[in-house]
Ligand binder design. Sequence first.
Ligand code: DGJ
Length: 721
Amino acid sequence: MAIINSDNLFYLHGKSVSMILENREGVVTLKHFGRKVKNYHFSNQLFERDHAFSGNRNPLNRTYSYDTQRHIVGQHGLGDFRQPAIRIQHQQNEWTDLKLVDYKVFKGHEQAVQLPNPYGLDDSDTLQLIFKDEVANIRYEIFYTVSEHTDTIVQLVRVTNESNQPIVLHRVLSSLLDVPAKPYDVMTLQGAYGREKTVRRQAVTQGLFSIGSNRGASGHAQTPAIILCDHNATDDYGNAIALQLMYSGNFQAFVQQNQLNEVRVGIGLSDDNFTWELAPQDSFDAPVALLSYSAQGLQGLTNESQSFVKEHIIPADFANKERPILINNWEATYFNFDKAKLLEIVDEAAALGMELFVLDDGWFGNRFDDNRALGDWYVNEAKLDGSLAEFIKEVHQRGMQFGLWIEPEMISQESDLYQEHPNWVIQVPGREHTYSRNQLVLDYSNPEVVQYMKKLFNDLLSTYDIDYIKWDMNRNMTNIGNGDTYLATRAQSHRYMLGVYELAAYLTQNHPTVLFESCSGGGGRNDLGMMRYFPQVWASDNTDAICRLDIQYGSNFLYPTISMGSHVSAAPNHQVNRITSVATRGDVAMMGNLGYELDLTQLNDEEKAIVKEQVARYKSIRPTVQNGQFFRLINPDEMRNEVAVQYTDDEQTIVTYVRILSTIETIETTLYLKGLEEEALYELTESRMQYSGAELMYAGLTMVLPAGDFLSQQLVFKKIK
Ligand code: DGJ
């Protein structure tokens, strides 16, 4: 609900969050962002003093400075010396003096143009704040959208050039908040290829902490999200805010503590490789940001973000749709397959109860290894010993769905496409290419490329009976330089993302029943921009069950379990060479959307029996894992050797516990379950013992494992009705 009152106060009320803003002579400041406050009377008024070296706008009032106010815009050049939200080059300089000139409240939601937007916000309220720089003739708008069903505020920023000269945008952040001086921690999801989304937490101290990407993709190393929480917040206690960006390209996010210990947090497009020339009367929309809040600690923040993403970002047709158990041939065969080999795997998979066969890289053109043929998206019928249609028919006849791998954004130099269109590559004219996996990036800022790919992949999906697509992207962007001018080149990375979104929107709208899984060498672009089109993501190329514990912990921190593909692969593991039991690999993969990625024909009978049982078990717990409520039971910062998670719905509760290394002379771990009904009874299926919710939550549940490394246990409790 959005309310404006006569004191020039704006209230945005969510389910239990309030954002309160004050307009004082056109300067809008943040009075409160946190637990609900229905009526505000300036109880936390800033005690303003004559701060040295902070600029004053009014010579007669030396206690009022932009540098000490809590802003939502943050403007460069007027005496606020913190990180700005905008930097716009116009006739005079790069700074602006934006003042609120008007505001509106309306039902529904303003869409960002050409960018991913959340959906299902028609019953929300939007507060539109309209600012103007009257000298430079720049209009700057913030749209805050809020609903009583969530604690997530959606923010859209739009800049319009109302002058008669072009202006150049150097920075347009999507969200900025100044919050009061308090001890805070900042949390980010960091990592690298093969160890994506490692949760990092550190104290906020004076200075600037920033993360970001200039890779042309959000990247394996950083996620476009930043969490600010009370320094003493735990999973169950304290205030926590997450700023997230619905964007998949270059971004920045930062926390800055100034000389007064006040804290500014911001998120938006990166300044690297970004400038945007705005012609007179044109507008620019920054990517949408989400501001989520929880007063119930980090678990509360996780649940808030997970449910917002599920209800408003993951495509509606798939948000609650149970995902098929897949078998992918990548780690089974790599490029070395023929039709007979693939069908052997399909036969085994069908016999074990799996539901979807995914034909990974290598089915097209002259793609016998990863050095060639990207761009040549015609079926290699010699390798498939016939047409793709026949192959798909054979898969379907075995009762399995069919999925296919594609990598639409890439091109190999050794390809027919490169011969025909060498200028479709991102490159600096007259300079050498930079290679990565021996491939180059197609220039999606060029509409010709986007049109070509729209037709090509639409034809592919229209011609063949395809149930699933894995959309991969296996390198980052270099050699930006196709633009005719410096400014055009500086806009290329963002235009690239707009082109990719155009293709993704077109294909997913035209083929709404196809399940798309996004991938970028695993989780190299696992963000909310991609998730708006592709309901599932391959969280990491690292399929080792033990490495996956951290990756999945981080992937689940803000994104729902149903978005996370998770596979059982071979032992020894292909990435880290670790040997774990198929039982543990299964339990860990069942913490997400279960799949298999190994040569099933190589399993012995005992292993096949275990896999068959896992597949059957997963089918019975799948509704709860994928659509139930998710809880973390162990914080790895406190207990490095163990992981435990819980999934609960109205029918059952699943607890998965993994102990990494064997221990001696320790007390076994007791888990304290969460979110159960105190008085309800829960029956452990294995022993038929019944426990009350209160007992499982407050007395706890002791986990007992034999000696040994890499062991796990999955417990299923049925709720007695
Ligand atoms: C990288 C992906 O992450 C893998 O799963 C696989 O699809 C390969 N690319 C294929 O080239």
